[in-house]
Design a protein around this ligand. Structure first.
Ligand code: ADP
Ligand code: MG
Length: 555
C-alpha cells in the first residue's frame, strides 16, 4: 500500500537509477490503486507509465453521467481536464487534449471507475534516484490531483453535468443531420474564428457571431438545450463565395472539425458535420499507390496508365485527384474543398482555356465537371470555397456568400447569372466506382523483428516501424494522440487479420470499424500500447495507409 511505497522510495533514495525498476507493479492507496506499468531505464528515456484506478465507490460518479458511450466519453473528457489542471506542471504527462472531446486512452470511465493513464519522469539527480522527490510526486501530488479531480464529491458538479450534456447535444445534433437532409449545421451564435493558426482556442471576444441566413435556417430540438437554430448545409453541391478575408475558409475549417465534439466555451459546440466528411486538398510530393485517377486525369505526357496510377512525387493536381478517389474508396459521404489549398488546374478550366488548349492536350478534367456526377452517381456531397471562378455557379445547388463574416444565400442571383452561357462546355464522362485495391500486408508490416515501433511527430507524421508517414496535409488530424491511434489501428488491422492480402481497402476499414465498435480504446490497448492515443476515424487510417511509402497494392 502507500506506506509500503513511501518506505520503498526512502530505501531507494540515493541508489542507482536502474533500481527504480523495483517500483513496477501495483500499489494500493486509500483512494486509488497505482500501477507502475513501465519504469524508464534512465532519466533521459521516455517517461515511465502509470495507471491510476479510482474505484467506483470512491469516485461516486452518478450513473446517468456515464451510462451511454457518449456520456462516458464526455465525462472522461471532463475528469481528465480536472485532474490535469491539478497536477504540477512538471514531471507528469497527462494527455488532456485540446478543444475536442475525443475517445482517449488517458482517461476512461468504466462501470463507474475512473482509469487514468499517464506518463511521469521519475526524478533523479543525474543517474541517482531522488527518492524524496519521487515520494512527493507519487504519494502526495498525484493522489491530491486524483482525489480533487476524479471524485464526484470534490468536483464542481454543475459544471461537470453541463460538460457532459453539452457533448451529448453535439452528438445528437450530428446524428440528426441525415434525417434533415443536411451534411452540416452551424448554430446561430457559434464562434468560428480561432486565436491563430497555431492556437485553436476561440478568438478572444469571439469576433462576429454566426448568424444564419433566413433561407437556410433550420431548427433542431436537442436533448438538453432544447430548440436551437442555425444554418443547415443541405446535401448536394454547396458553394461558399465572397471577398477575400470575409470568413470563407474559417467557415470551412469549422465544418472540417465538425466531425468532432468540442468543449463547452469553444464556440463550435453546435457546429457539426457528418462523420464521413473528408477534407480534400492538394499535396504535391505525396506518394500515390495504384489509384485510378482517370476520371480526373487522362493520358499523361509520360504515357502512364491513369487507371492504375502510382508516383513517389505527385503534382498538386494528381495528388488532389488521388485524394478524392481514395476518400471515395474509404467511404466519404461529404467532401470539403478550399480554393486556398486546392490545385487551380484541377478546379477550373474556363472557356478561353478550353479554346486555347485542346482537350487532347490537357490531361485534366476539372472538378467543376465532376462535382455533380459525384453527387448524382455516388451520393457524395461537396462544400466548396471558391471566390475566384464563376464557372461553379453552373453546378452549385446552393450558393452562400460570406459578407463580413455573415452568410447570405445568393442562389437565386447565381442562377440568373448562370443562365447566360459562358461558352464553356462540359468535359469528362463522369465516374465509376473506384477500382478495387487490395493492400499487401507484407508492405505495411515494418521489418523490425516483431515489435513495430509507433511514434507520433506531433500531428505531422507517424513513425511506423522503419517508415515515416507525412500527415501534414491530412487536415482533420487535430491531436498527436490521434496519430498514435492511427498507428495502433494499422497494427490492429495486421494482427487481427483485417488486412489479410485479400481484403480491399474498404473491406479492411469496415472490419476495423466493426472491431473497434463502441469500445475502441480497449481494443487498441490490446495492442499493448503504453503511449497515449485517441481512437481514429477510418478516414485518417486510410489517409495514413495511402501515404505509406512502402505500400504495395495487389490488384
Ligand atoms: P477568406 O477565406 O474569406 O479569405 P478567412 O476565413 O481566412 O477569409 O478569414 C479572414 C480573417 O478573418 C481570419 O483572420 C479570421 O480569423 C477572421 N475571421 C473569420 N471569421 C470571423 C468572424 N466571424 N469574426 C471575426 N473575425 C473572423
Ligand atoms: Mg480563404
Amino acid at each position: 500500500d502507500d506506506a509500503a511505497l513511501v518506505d520503498e522510495l526512502r530505501r531507494l533514495d540515493g541508489g542507482r537509477y536502474g533500481q527504480y525498476r523495483g517500483l513496477g507493479g501495483r500499489w494500493r492507496f486509500p483512494g486509488h490503486v497505482l500501477e507502475v506499468a513501465r519504469v524508464q531505464a534512465d532519466p533521459y528515456a521516455p517517461p515511465s507509465r502509470l495507471v491510476v484506478t479510482v474505484p467506483a465507490e470512491v469516485a461516486e460518479l452518478p450513473r446517468d453521467l456515464w451510462d451511454t458511450p457518449v456520456r462516458a466519453r464526455a465525462l472522461a473528457g471532463y475528469l481528465v481536464r480536472q485532474v490535469g489542471r491539478r497536477l504540477p506542471e512538471h514531471g507528469f504527462r497527462l494527455d488532456v487534449g485540446g478543444q475536442e472531446v475525443l475517445d482517449r486512452s488517458s482517461c476512461r470511465v468504466e462501470d463507474g471507475r475512473v482509469v487514468l493513464r499517464l506518463g511521469m519522469d521519475l526524478p533523479g539527480r543525474g543517474r541517482v534516484i531522488d527518492g524524496r522527490a519521487a515520494e512527493r510526486m507519487l504519494c502526495r501530488e498525484l493522489p491530491a490531483a486524483v482525489s480533487a479531480g476524479a471524485r464526484w464529491a470534490a468536483l464542481d458538479q454543475e459544471e461537470a453535468r453541463a460538460f457532459v450534456d453539452s457533448v451529448e447535444d453535439t452528438d445528437a445534433l450530428r446524428r440528426a443531420l441525415p434525417e434533415l437532409g443536411l451534411v452540416a449545421f452551424v448554430a446561430d451564435g457559434a464562434v468560428l474564428p480561432r486565436r491563430s493558426g497555431v492556437d485553436d482556442r476561440p478568438l478572444p471576444g469571439g469576433g462576429v457571431p454566426f448568424e444564419s441566413p433566413e433561407s437556410l435556417r433550420v431548427a433542431v430540438d436537442l436533448p438538453h438545450r432544447g430548440r436551437v437554430t442555425g444554418m443547415g448545409v443541405p446535401e448536394g453541391v454547396t458553394l461558399v463565395v465572397g471577398g477575400g478575408f470575409h470568413g470563407k475558409s474559417t467557415l470551412l475549417r469549422a465544418l472540417e472539425k465538425g466531425v468532432y465534439d468540442h468543449v463547452p466555451g469553444d464556440g463550435r459546440e453546435l457546429v457539426v458535420s457528418r462523420p464521413d466528411t473528408v477534407k480534400i486538398r492538394a499535396e504535391d510530393g505525396r506518394r500515390v499507390t495504384r489509384v485510378d485517377v482517370s476520371p480526373f486525369v487522362a493520358h499523361l505526357p509520360t504515357g502512364a496508365d491513369t487507371t492504375d496510377f502510382s508516383t513517389d512525387n505527385a503534382s498538386g493536381s494528381t495528388s488532389q485527384a488521388a485524394s478524392i478517389m481514395e476518400a471515395l474508396e474509404a467511404g466519404a459521404g461529404v467532401l470539403l474543398v478550399d480554393e486556398d489549398t486546392a490545385a487551380t488546374n484541377l478546379m477550373i478550366r474556363d472557356a478561353r482555356m478550353q479554346a486555347l488548349v485542346a482537350k487532347d492536350k490537357e490531361p485534366l478534367t476539372p472538378f467543376v465537371d465532376l462535382v455533380r456526377p459525384l453527387h448524382r452517381r455516388h451520393g457524395v456531397s461537396t462544400v466548396l470555397v471558391v471566390g475566384g471562378s464563376g464557372d461553379y455557379l453552373d453546378v452549385a445547388d446552393r450558393v452562400v456568400m460570406m459578407d463580413a463574416y455573415r452568410p447570405v444565400e445568393v442562389t437565386a442571383r447565381a442562377r440568373e447569372l448562370a443562365a447566360t452561357p459562358t461558352g464553356r462546355h462540359v468535359e469528362g464522362s463522369g465516374f465509376d466506382s473506384p477500382r478495387r485495391r487490395v493492400p499487401d500486408p507484407g508492405s505495411v508490416e515494418a521489418e523490425s523483428g516483431g515489435r513495430v515501433r509507433i511514434r507520433n511527430r506531433g500531428a505531422d507524421a507517424l513513425v511506423l516501424g522503419e517508415s515515416e508517414v507525412d500527415l501534414r496535409a491530412v487536415e482533420q488530424i487535430v491531436d498527436p494522440s490521434q496519430v498514435t491511434g492511427i498507428g495502433l489501428a494499422v497494427l490492429r488491422c495486421l494482427r487481427a487479420g483485417h488486412l489479410d492480402g485479400a481484403a480491399t481497402v474498404a473491406e479492411v476499414l469496415d472490419r476495423l470499424d466493426e472491431d473497434l465498435g463502441a469500445d475502441g480504446v480497449s481494443v487498441l490497448l490490446g495492442e499493448r500500447s503504453l503511449d497515449d492515443f485517441v481512437v481514429p476515424r477510418r478516414h485518417e487510417v486510410a489517409a495514413a495507409l495511402n501515404r505509406l511509402r512502402t505500400l504495395r497494392v495487389r490488384e
